[in-house]
Ligand binder design. Structure first.
Ligand code: UT7
Length: 349
């Protein structure tokens, strides 16, 4: 059976390190609260101008392509996962195609937030297995620092997120012992509003019917954004943290067990688990549930915070660079986040 392998992996994080204490400049928070509740010590922020979700993705992609022994001209499909794109539209995929002077290949953007990389990997896996493409570039990248509420009002969300990018090049594996064994994707839209950025959006529920009655037709037609929306901080992400936490600690172990069962494997067979880096407490809970030792799990949220679609490829790249993942190892990726969406991937490195 034709399998898909990760032929090369790369990561990029911006230079600027932002400690928990640095955030005290903007909001009422403290290092003890952040470390105790999330495990985060610091995160990286991209330059305000000149460094975007796409440029960071491009840097990670260059590393991944170099390690895969491919050039930008060899790539025949791009999949880009992010919730913080350079533009509302078009997506970042085409901007990567332009920046790397690639051929006129297809470019797909994936909007599955924390599960974005696993969804993107799964899509790429199907294209390789079907024989349609030979070299697929999959990128997860986020510039969260551009769109957070840096006031005490937004502290439960803002202290968690950081910027960065990770990328992989997918290719057909040489044999069926190596590569992606399976991917498992899920969603439950019932809780879509519990972790979301509502605006700007076509639901436009930041006006009541009564408020709309005060506007004429031309004003209503022009209502993409409003002062009202900005004044009420409705242009920032919202998260009901405790509800997300409760669901994550159930669904992540469940989807990991689903992947293991599908391959007749058990938690003891895992050499390295790379959980989405949402909260160190969630990762530790998942580790305990599965009975994994510390050397079977890689976490780096302490240094980078939650980088959403980038967190898994960054952690995977770092674990590999540190020599924690070797050829033949069983690697498991797992995520949970906004949507809700969650997923897992099991691969033989
Ligand atoms: O990657 C996407 C998926 N996201 C997740 O998986 C996130 C899951 N949720 C979480 O990680 C946690 O719920 C948080 C870290 C977001 C919050 O931790 P928590 O233990 O659930 O805290 P909480 O929201 O229940 O807030 C507890 C208290 C509140 O004060 P009161 O009402 O008890 O007086 C908050 O106002 O902590 C306060 N608080 C803060 N204090 C200092 C909230 N944020 C902060 C802060 N600094 N940054």
């Amino acid at each position: 059976m034709l399998r898909t392998k990760i032929a090369g992996i790369g990561m990029y994080v911006p230079e600027q390190v932002v400690s928990n204490d640095d955030l005290k400049k903007y909001m009422d928070t403290n290092d003890a609260w952040i470390q105790e509740r999330t495990g985060i010590k610091e995160r990286r922020y991209a330059k305000r101008t000149g460094e975007t979700t796409t440029t960071m993705g491009v840097e990670a992609a260059k590393k991944a392509m170099e390690r895969a022994g491919t050039t930008a001209q060899d790539i025949d499909f791009i999949i880009f996962a992010t919730l913080s794109p350079d533009y509302y539209f078009p997506g970042c995929g085409v901007l990567v195609q332009r920046a790397l002077k690639m051929k006129e290949i297809g470019a797909l953007d994936v909007r599955n937030q924390c599960s974005g990389f696993i969804y993107a990997l799964s899509v790429g896996d199907q294209f390789i297995k079907s024989g349609m493409y030979k070299n697929i570039l999959v990128i997860g990248s986020e510039k969260h620092s551009f769109g957070l509420d840096f006031s005490t009002r937004g502290r439960n969300v803002s202290v968690i997120f950081g910027d960065g990018a990770g990328a992989v090049v997918l290719q057909p594996a040489e044999n069926d012992k190596q590569g992606i064994l399976s991917t498992h994707l899920h969603s439950d839209g019932e809780s879509a509003e519990l972790l979301a950025m509502y605006n700007p959006g076509t639901h436009a529920n930041y006006w009541t019917e009564k408020q709309l009655a005060d506007f004429d037709d031309a004003e209503i037609a022009n209502m993409f954004m409003s002062h009202n929306m900005i004044d009420n901080a409705q242009n920032f992400p919202f998260m009901d943290g405790p509800s997300v936490f409760k669901k994550a600690v159930v669904k992540m172990p469940e989807v990991i067990m689903e992947a293991l069962a599908a391959n007749q494997l058990t938690p003891a067979d895992i050499n390295m688990l790379i959980p989405h880096q949402a909260n160190l407490r969630i990762s530790q809970f998942v580790q305990n549930q599965l009975g994994l030792r510390d050397d079977q799990v890689h976490n780096n949220i302490q240094q980078y915070g939650n980088t959403t679609a980038a967190s898994i490829p960054i952690a995977l790249c770092e674990a590999w660079e540190k020599g924690k993942i070797k050829e033949g190892d069983l690697v498991c990726l797992a995520s949970f986040g906004s949507g809700f969406t969650w997923g897992s991937a099991l691969l033989r490195w």
